[in-house]
Design a protein around this ligand. Structure first.
Ligand SMILES: O=C(O)CCC(=O)C(=O)O
Ligand SMILES: [Fe+2]
Length: 284
């Protein structure tokens, strides 16, 4: 994927007004195929982690039902071909700003038939709820389905920011049954993102979204990557909350530059969603 890409003006306006925009059919098939291969590797990695611990639930991953395999680019820098590619360069320049860091990346897979829903949340809600600096600036999520997505297979639903949240952080509570952090429980259904594989939904970390169950007999796979205008820190500001891989500096691509010289919170934990000081008893 080497071609330059320009986001249409109306999509930028939609992002401004609604807190998200949808770009249809922007990722080429060769890239999609390689992301699907990576996805299988990371689902197996999650199963191996759960096997080693003798569990079927690890953070928000639930065996065969829902996988959230995170920080994949740390293990497979090859993912940078997409995560630091021309489409995302354009998205970051227009939606993040002249400086951008790859903050977080994950494969999200809904199992066939057993695929489990994900509660309404802001991505910033997870950061704020789990050791993150509540002053962090909004960042963007680039959500890229590797399969055609429908309401039947558990696509994502977005709540336009003027419907709820107003682009500001909202409180989240912990749901013990799913391990989800929940930022909305009201009557709004949101807008289902029904697009082909290789489309992109870009949303602000302050935009509420959820996803449905998968009742089809096939996996529903997504690769998502998040980009912040400055490194996102822990609440005590002593560590990087996730990754902070430099992507853009003053609108120039700086992939390969060193990360800020701070310890990584995720190096102190067994898995990404855990609290730093076993905070589980505080949850809920
Ligand atoms: O693909 C999905 O189901 C949504 C994933 C999501 O919103 C998240 O992991 O934060
Ligand atoms: Fe999310």
């Amino acid at each position: 994927m080497t071609k330059a890409y320009t986001i249409p003006e109306e999509k930028l306006r939609q992002f401004e007004i609604d807190g998200y925009c949808i770009l249809e059919n922007v990722v080429d098939t060769a890239t999609l195929d390689s992301l699907r291969e990576e996805c299988a590797f990371f689902v197996a990695r999650e199963d191996a982690k759960m096997d080693a611990l003798g569990v079927d639930v690890l953070d928000i991953t639930h065996r065969n039902k829902r996988y959230h395999a995170s920080f994949c680019i740390r293990d497979r820098p090859e993912l940078g071909r997409f995560a630091f590619g021309p489409i995302i360069e354009e998205l970051c320049k227009k939606l993040v700003g002249p400086d951008a860091y790859l903050f977080y990346d994950q494969f999200v897979v809904k199992g066939a038939e057993a695929g489990m829903k994900l509660s309404w949340h802001q991505d910033s809600g997870y950061v704020n709820s789990v050791d993150g600096d509540p002053q962090h600036l909004p960042y963007i999520t680039v959500w890229c389905p590797l399969d055609d997505v429908t309401e039947e297979n558990g696509t994502v639903y977005v709540l336009p920011k003027h419907v709820y949240g107003n682009g500001e952080p909202v409180p989240h509570h912990f749901d013990r049954a799913s391990n989800d952090w929940v930022g909305y429980n009201g009557p709004e259904k949101g807008v289902p993102v029904k697009v082909k594989a290789g489309s992109i939904a870009a949303f602000s970390s302050m935009t509420l979204h959820s996803s449905g169950a998968n009742s089809t007999n096939r996996l529903r796979r997504v690769y998502l990557a998040q980009y912040s205008p400055e490194p996102v820190l822990t609440s005590d500001r002593s560590m990087l909350w996730g990754n902070a891989l430099p992507f853009l500096k003053n609108n120039e691509v700086v992939v390969g530059s060193p990360m800020p010289d701070l310890p990584l919170r995720i190096d102190r934990l067994l898995h990404a969603g855990q609290k730093l000081e076993d905070g589980k008893s505080e949850r809920g």
